[in-house]
Design a protein around this ligand. Sequence first.
Ligand code: NAD
Length: 490
Amino acid sequence: MTSIASPAAAETLSLYVGGKWTPARATETLEDRDPATGELLARIPLGGEADVDAAVRAARAAAAGWAATPVLARTRAVMKLHTLLDAHREELARLVTQDMGKTLADARGEVGRGIESVEAALATPSLLKGETLENVARGVDVETFRQPLGVVAAITPFNFPAMIPLWFLPYALATGNAFVLKPSERDPLPARRIAELCAEVEDIPPGVVNLVLGGREAVDALCAHPEVDAVSFVGSAAVARHVAMRGIEHGKRVQALGGAKNALVLMPDADPEVTVPGVMASAFGAAGQRCLAGSVALLVGSPAEQDDWRDRLAAAAAALRVGPGADPGTDVCPLIGPDARERVEAAIAEAAANGAEVVLDGRRGGGPGGAELGPTLIDNADPEGPAAREELFGPVLTLVRVRDLDAALAWQNRSRYGNASSIYTTSGGAARAWRAGVEAGMLGVNIGVAAPVAWFPFAGWKDSIAGDLHANGRDAVDFYTRQKVVTGRW
Ligand code: NAD
């Protein structure tokens, strides 16, 4: 078993295949660095067809036996994994901070949310129950059964390296599927640790959980492998679409959660004491690297009311502290790497070159690991231009000014994305009208990061998803099973 106490000086990570830790066949590797310091943590093999094939075959070999294991025994195995995850909460959170960069408080929240997903999956026996209808014709009864798909794969992004794998793994197992995880190649250490914990659960047989590492080639191989029955994906919109198209072309069931550009609607009657801290957390928490980040503040009202919001937001953002995630004083962590910082800085420069006013400029040279970028506030940008409409995935908040709630809704609903949105108001009527009209999947009322708890479905609308079933809750059980309807006469 590998150890993470110190992710041994630039160790090349192994894969977990058929219950064994094995070196990747791929020889090309990617460096995984601590975003705060630039320290080399590990080398990540960039697996392709051969590594994926080995993992998928191992999963296939285990799938029938696992599907035949009673649902209560499968659920108990997941419960044992929960006990281990719970015991390793702090260790996992520290690993998330080290590998992804977010603050420790944020990482603890992430790991907590991931563990809640395992708790929600313990309801699988209830959610798997079918329906019956007696006497649809004389002496004829109808009943439904849900059965596992077989081998399911999950492809996950860098920004929640512990939580997002846990959206899928516990449900896949409890519903009776064998599972192949391909985490982000940028920060797979938390996923590797989760796989190690799975290996400690004796009730999870070899081959039921497998870990492959890599990037695009591994993804393409998983989406085309004939023995993969379904693919769950979370990442950017372009890759979500690619995964959905490729997976469907190869006959798979696909749920692909994509990118976002979320607006926070600030009504003139909103309470600044609630609104300003909420907007700060939403726009700048995790340095804006969340699919639920509010990256546009829609200022509703008169020009004077809008200016007042801008001044309050700018003052609060200027007071945020930028630094390493492990430092308890940090509000805004580094981005995932220097390349991400450069990309976001280029977007800020482009907005400024096109006439936007950079009210607060967070560009500061990158800091020790080259990935730091301070909170940035952009005003008077083209409301249909990139700063207002494209996902920047950095600590950048763009202000868009609108006259009233109808104009706010019209502006929002022209977005290609529909992941999340929040409204800040003291008016129940405004909140209700907005809730009814806004085209997005996850909404917050006076809450800036309205992440649904694990007992509810998680996903957006429009280009923020390809496929229909969301992650978590009943949707997860539906996604990982197919139904049989039996019509019988005795
Ligand atoms: P990404 O799309 O770059 O990578 C996601 C996964 O796809 C990774 O495992 C990666 O290896 C793989 N990948 C990357 N490029 C690929 C390609 N060209 N072909 C095939 N596979 C490829 O996303 P990311 O940068 O890791 O994560 C950030 C993105 O994820 C943001 O757009 C964010 O909004 C989105 N996200 C969405 C949700 C949601 O619930 N909708 C949640 C978290 C993150």
